[in-house]
Design a protein around this ligand. Structure first.
Ligand code: ATP
Length: 229
């Protein structure tokens, strides 16, 4: 097994799914830190068209457009419209299958998700099959409940003991739960950025300043299209 940031000659692609309603600094800065730490060649944001777990306030096309604006000019970053092109709920297992078909042979896929999303992972379609296809990178989030890294490891461990196949064990050197027959589940406790899209939506609705959380081009788009009023 390679260490998280050990280079190899295959393409290392990080997939970052979400509603991005709207995309904010928490998404982009944490993903940038992940890219560096794991030596990912590319980061691909995948806005969900019909997220199975969340309601969205804005159309998928707007969320896609905002994501594109937020990462414009960043080499190695892209935004995929694959979930907008599919009918029905946007299941990650289908998206991963798409990237496996598309990528050059030997592409290594990593899927980024926050701890909040990971702790509901058992509700995702075919999650047991998904962990056999991709390495997960679980992102520590900032906010009012800021557990220590050790406490996060314990939470994740308890969750995995209930919902994952037996055989995972925490490996400090890898910073991951490793398994003899499955991909690692990494914990990335990098920059903790205490912001969520729901908080930004609330602020926008209340006419409060959101400039510190959003890319200026995203703010322009929101104003131009009259979103979140
Ligand atoms: P909402 O407040 O509407 O629930 P959100 O801010 O969590 O939205 P999503 O688009 O749902 O944004 O998030 C996409 C992914 O990014 C999820 O896995 C989520 O856990 C993660 N994420 C969102 N914000 C942060 C953050 N500040 N730090 C780390 N991960 C984050």
């Amino acid at each position: 097994m390679n260490l998280p940031n050990q280079r190899s000659d295959c393409l290392r692609l990080g997939l970052f799914g979400g509603t991005f309603d709207p995309i904010h600094r928490g998404h982009v800065e944490v993903a940038a830190a992940v890219r560096q730490h794991f030596a990912l060649d590319r980061i691909c944001l995948v806005p969900a068209a019909q997220p199975p777990h969340k309601r969205t306030l804005t159309a998928a096309a707007d969320r896609l457009a905002m994501a594109r604006l937020a990462v414009a000019g960043r080499p190695g970053w892209e935004v995929s419209d694959v979930e907008l092109k599919r009918q029905g709920p946007s299941y990650t297992i289908d998206t991963v299958a798409h990237f496996q078909r598309q990528g050059p042979a030997g592409t290594r896929l990593f899927f980024l998700l926050g701890t909040d999303a990971f702790l509901e992972f058992n509700t995702w379609k075919a999650y047991n099959a998904l962990v056999k296809e991709v390495a997960l990178i679980v992102l520590a989030r900032g906010g009012c409940d800021e557990p220590s890294t050790a406490a996060l490891i314990l939470r994740i461990e308890r969750f995995m003991a209930r919902h994952f196949p037996a055989g995972y064990r925490w490996d400090t050197a890898f910073g991951a739960f490793v398994h003899p027959d499955s991909h690692p589940v990494y914990l990335f406790d990098g920059p903790r950025i205490a912001i969520s899209a729901s908080e930004i939506r609330q602020r926008l609705a209340g006419g409060q300043d959101v400039r510190q959380w959003l890319d200026p081009a995203v703010i322009d788009y929101i104003e131009r299209e009259g979103l979140y009023r």
